[in-house]
Design a binder for this molecule. Structure first.
Ligand SMILES: Nc1nc2c(ncn2[C@@H]2O[C@H](COP(=O)(O)OP(=O)(O)OP(=O)(O)O)[C@@H](O)[C@H]2O)c(=O)[nH]1
Ligand SMILES: [Zn+2]
Length: 244
């Protein structure tokens, strides 16, 4: 079936949509292509998973999520991305309307190859920030203009952003998105993600709980769901500026 493209701005087109049954309920998936008629643009297909009627909606939960193939497809334990995505879909479905905007900016925008290069450096002892820097890459190369355009296209008037990253809130606000609140998406650490999450808290200003016990990765530290679920976090010592 031919679906006529809808031009949102010269480089961003709505190109397809369909219902998508998921274990969290039925979403509508919209695909947006980042490519102008003259071939400029990344050629990437970004998604919005929409639950319920969001046109004209105010204060609805929205997750602006960045692609992470290693965790979302292959179940890597190094980060919290897949669980955050799952949590966001469940939360949006629970509330009854909202959206997950899925941006194809793998590896905080440096791409899959560079992320795997960074992982190799991390395997040699560098943290997620230093690994990028050693590669001569920015700590975070992401942009959110496409997310802002998608939310405008969907008719969303204002949002509660599901994120631990205050910079993401500010970036979206700077693009004109009315963010009325931030809702944390805290995932319990496992032995392989604990250091990474702690680095995000210490060096990237993410609003994450301070770990009262950092689980160790390595021989014998086989992560299990029960371990992940029962690890204690110390939430009594939030960083300054937690309140919003
Ligand atoms: N360069 C790099 N990217 C990573 C690494 N681990 C995960 N990512 C990418 O980081 C992106 C997710 O960003 P995060 O910093 O985890 O979280 P965030 O989106 O800023 O904040 P939240 O909304 O709280 O999830 C995804 O694109 C992942 O592919 C890493 O070690 N190095
Ligand atoms: Zn990830």
């Amino acid at each position: 079936m031919h679906v006529p493209a809808r031009v949102i701005r010269p480089q961003l087109h709505w190109v397809a949509s369909s219902p998508l049954p998921t274990r969290h309920g039925e979403f509508t998936t919209h695909v947006f292509l980042d490519q102008a008629g003259d071939g400029t643009g990344t050629g990437k297909e970004h998604l919005a998973l929409v639950f319920g009627d969001v046109d004209g909606a105010k204060g609805i939960p929205v997750r602006v999520h960045s692609e992470c193939m290693t965790s979302e497809v292959f179940g890597s334990l190094k980060c919290d991305c897949k669980e955050q995505l799952d949590y966001a879909m469940a939360e949006v479905a629970r509330v009854g309307r909202g959206a997950v905007v899925y941006l194809r900016q793998e590896g905080r925008g440096i791409g899959l190859t560079n992320k795997i290069r960074a992982y190799d450096l991390q395997a040699r002892g560098h943290d997620t920030v230093d690994a990028n820097r050693l590669l001569g890459l920015p700590d975070d190369a992401r942009k959110y203009d496409i997310a802002a355009d998608i939310l405008e296209f969907l008719g969303v008037r204002s949002i509660h952003l599901l994120t631990n990253n205050p910079e993401k809130v500010e970036a979206l606000r700077a693009l004109g998105v009315e963010v009325v609140g931030r809702q944390p998406v805290i995932i319990a650490p496992n032995p392989y993600s604990a250091g990474y999450l702690d680095t995000k808290r210490r060096r990237m200003a993410h609003k994450l709980p301070r770990l009262s016990r950092v689980p160790q990765a390595g021989a014998g530290a086989t992560p299990s769901l029960s371990l992940v679920d029962t690890l204690a976090v110390d939430e009594s010592r939030p960083s300054a500026g937690d309140a919003e």
